[in-house]
Design a protein around this ligand. Structure first.
Ligand SMILES: [Zn+2]
Length: 146
């Protein structure tokens, strides 16, 4: 049994050693061969590569900070690839349910349909309130307070 394993291992090592020169030769041919491409195709490849690396660069730079509590409301959001907050959404701090907003006169109410209570009331429109929350998030990101 042990001798069979030794023979098997020796065969595997022998096959690898036999294949190594061919492998090196193939790799050398791959990296030293020349191909001819139309210049427009090369430019297109270059453009796609640059775009990919720029998006990757900004994607790696975006903060992982995407949830916080402001004014006793939980807020979640995402980021655009080149910066900026997107999909800012409010959630109930108690049951974590999406909050509905309704504007009544000059005031806006955020209501949890699960808890059946208004979570907050503020002056101005919901859009204006979201902008104030975005400015708070932006301030925390710039000051690295998250
Ligand atoms: Zn709730």
């Amino acid at each position: 049994m042990k001798k069979e394993n030794q023979i098997k291992n020796s065969l595997i090592v022998g096959m690898i050693l036999f294949a190594l020169p061919f492998l090196f030769k193939t790799i050398r041919i791959f990296f030293t061969s020349k191909i001819y491409l139309p210049i427009w195709f090369f430019a297109l490849l270059l453009l796609f590569s640059l775009t990919f690396f720029i998006i990757l660069f900004f994607w790696l730079r975006k903060p992982k900070y995407s949830e916080d509590v402001f004014d006793r409301i939980k807020w979640r959001w995402g980021y655009y690839p080149f910066g900026g907050i997107k999909n800012l959404t409010s959630y109930c701090l108690i049951c974590d349910t999406f909050l509905f907003h309704r504007e009544w006169g000059s005031k806006t109410y955020l209501k949890c349909e699960n808890c059946k209570i208004d979570r907050t009331c503020f002056d101005g429109s919901y859009g204006y309130y979201k902008i104030t929350i975005e400015s708070k998030i932006d301030q925390k990101i710039r000051n690295k307070e998250y």
